[in-house]
Every structure is written in C-alpha cells, then in structure tokens.
Design a protein around this ligand. Structure first.
Ligand code: IMP
Ligand code: MG
Length: 190
C-alpha cells in the first residue's frame, strides 16, 4: 500500500491509501451513468446525508444527466469514536417536500445500517413515490439491519476508513482518496 508522508495531509500520521482517487472517480461516473439510465424520463430528488456524503454527492450529481433537485439531511448516530451506538437522530431536516417524489438517498458508507434504517422510516413518513439508496461504500460483514442498497460503489472489508468525506473524530474528510489509519503499534484501525 502507498504510504503518505505524515506532514502532508491533514496533519495526520500513518494514513494508507485504500481506494485511490482515480478509482473512486471512475466508479462515481459509472454510478451516475447507471442512475441516469434507471431514472430516464423522471425528475429526481437527491438527498445527500450530511456531512460525510457531500463530497460523493457533489461528484455524483454531476454525472447524472437528468433534471434533479438536491437537498440535505443530517442524521447522527456516531460519537467521536469508531463504533455505532445504534441510535440515530435527525439533526437537520429537509428544506423541500419529498411528497410524490422519486428520492435517491446518497450516503458515504453503510456500516451497521442503523442510520439508513432510521433515515428510511423518517423519509417514508413523508410519502415519497419511491426511495432508493446509493452508498459509496458498504461493509457487508457489519450489517445489523435489513436495508436494501440499490447502488453500491465498493464493498469493503471491516476497516475504519477515512477521506473523501469520511471522518475520524471530524478529521480527514478532505483527503482526496479513501484511506485507513494505522495506529502507532502498526495495527489497522477497525
Ligand atoms: P451505520 O449506522 O452503522 O450504518 O453507520 C453509518 C454512519 O457511520 C456513516 O454515515 C458514517 O458517518 C459512519 N461510519 C461508519 N463506518 C465508518 C468508517 O469506516 N469511517 C467513517 N465513518 C464511518
Ligand atoms: Mg454519515
């Protein structure tokens, strides 16, 4: 794996590239093409989940060749650590109505899926015509809830990933690639 110099990125140490930027961008463009085909003739309502998914959502919508609107929700299920607590709270509401709309939720990562499960029940209470989910990353082995993922960029192992929007304690979102953190004793963080 490519090692990144300690001082160059986000002031961090021991970051390794896990999915390089070129691979992410190629996948994002492929997802955009597929979504464009699947929703042909429709008017799309894209919901990006703050904060992690905005980087992915901004790149993705530019590969979707359809009329669409973009709105945001924030749902919080994590503290500053790396473990889900299973609870989720909507901390930023949608601005626009999704009643009778074809909604595409854009998320950075599906881990236990508690967040997406809670988000779906929140969205379904607002009577959209349809709701699909597009997640850049998926940790299948961590799944605790049955939530169908309609579009997935990469299935990944159970590692804690950072970058391209994903944070560890709010840091590293600005890395242009998806990376993993190695602790001082050489272990990859989970
Ligand atoms: P879930 O509810 O366990 O599926 O967790 C989903 C949320 O947890 C994501 O939207 C992320 O904000 C966060 N998360 C889960 N795994 C990771 C990771 O490996 N890196 C950074 N954030 C993560
Ligand atoms: Mg998130």
């Amino acid at each position: 794996m490519e090692r990144i110099e300690a001082s160059t990125l986000s002031g961090a140490k021991n970051i390794e590239v896990y999915i390089p930027r070129e691979k992410i961008l190629a996948k994002v463009s492929e997802l955009g093409r597929q979504i464009t085909l699947d929703y042909a003739g429709k008017d799309l309502f894209v919901i990006a989940v703050l904060r992690g998914a905005i980087f992915f959502a901004c790149d993705l919508v530019r590969h979707i060749d359809l009329p669409l609107v973009l709105d945001f929700v924030q749902i919080t299920s994590y503290g500053d650590g790396t473990e889900s607590n299973g609870r989720a709270k909507i901390t930023r509401e949608l601005d626009l109505s999704i009643k009778d709309k074809d909604v595409l939720v854009v998320e950075d990562i599906a881990d236990t899926r508690h967040t997406l499960f809670n988000l779906l029940s929140f969205l379904n209470s607002k009577f959209p015509r349809s709701v699909k989910i597009c997640s850049l990353l998926n940790k299948e082995s961590r799944k605790e809830r049955e939530v169908p993922l309609d579009y997935v960029g990469f299935d990944i192992e159970n590692k804690f990933v950072i970058g391209y929007g994903l944070d560890y304690a709010q840091r590293y979102r600005n890395l242009p690639f998806v990376g993993v953190l190695r602790t001082d004793d050489g272990e990859i963080m989970k």
